[in-house]
Ligand binder design. Structure first.
Ligand code: DC
Length: 227
């Protein structure tokens, strides 16, 4: 396996540290980076912007199929735009976060996104993060990681991230409840739910810092890539 053909799939629940790890691995190895969650978020942002109801599945599918999406593959500064608007920051807002599980559960939205994701992956040389990469989007990925962490650790990280780096303990509890709600929605939906691929390596980031997890994943990649 050559590095230019390599696909590293990183799946796992919200707040397990996927983005930090995926970007760090891509940067260390000189690979492209694809955040598939950002794609579902961008479609959700556009649906809210256009006043499309979250149960108007037909309209959501139309939007997901027709919208122009552009992503920068640079792990150092990933950006995403939809219909020409840069939504890199906007897609992290609470309105999008609250609505994205409903949009990403629609089978037609998923098939439109999966087709685009496969196109971006192309012949490889990329680290891809999401929920269904190892199972559905890139089942032949040479390295599959399923990243997990304790719910409390995930909530603390996410709350800190949302507050711009400061840990506000009052926010942790509501973040943990919100993560639990999204985990249930993402894991129980009918269309390609969040599940671990049978050949994925489970990495628990509860007591490892990002550098430790990145090192671990890079070591796994080194085993399958020829020098
Ligand atoms: O990773 P994230 O929080 O940005 O993902 C946003 C939402 O999109 C989340 O509710 C799960 C969903 N998602 C998905 O269903 N499949 C993916 N490959 C990536 C994200």
């Amino acid at each position: 396996m050559q590095r230019r053909n390599l696909v590293v799939a990183i799946d796992g629940p919200s707040g397990s540290g996927k983005s930090t790890v995926a970007r760090g691995v891509a940067q260390t190895l000189g690979l492209r980076y694809l955040d598939t969650g950002a794609m579902y978020r961008a479609v959700t942002w556009l649906a809210l912007e256009r006043g499309i109801a979250l149960d108007a599945t037909h309209r959501l599918v139309e939007l997901a199929t027709a919208a122009q999406l552009a992503l920068s593959p640079d792990p150092g500064s990933p950006t995403i735009s939809i219909e020409g608007t840069d939504v890199t920051s906007a897609v992290r807002g609470p309105e999008v976060t609250a609505a994205v599980s409903a949009v990403s559960a629609v089978p037609g939205v998923r098939s439109a996104m999966v087709a685009r994701q496969r196109q971006i992956i192309g012949s490889g040389g990329i680290v891809v993060e999401g929920r269904d990469i190892g199972t559905t989007v890139a089942p032949d990925a040479a390295v599959k990681i399923f990243l997990v962490a304790d719910p409390a650790a995930r909530a603390a990280r996410r709350a800190q991230q949302d507050a711009g780096g400061t840990l506000v303990s009052a926010a942790v509890e509501s973040t943990q409840a919100d993560l639990a709600r999204r985990d249930t929605a993402d894991s129980t939906r009918a269309a390609s739910p969040l599940t671990q691929a049978p050949d994925a390596v489970v990495v628990d980031s509860t007591s490892l810092d990002a550098v430790g997890v990145i090192r671990h994943v890079v070591a796994l990649v080194d085993k399958v890539v020829s020098p």
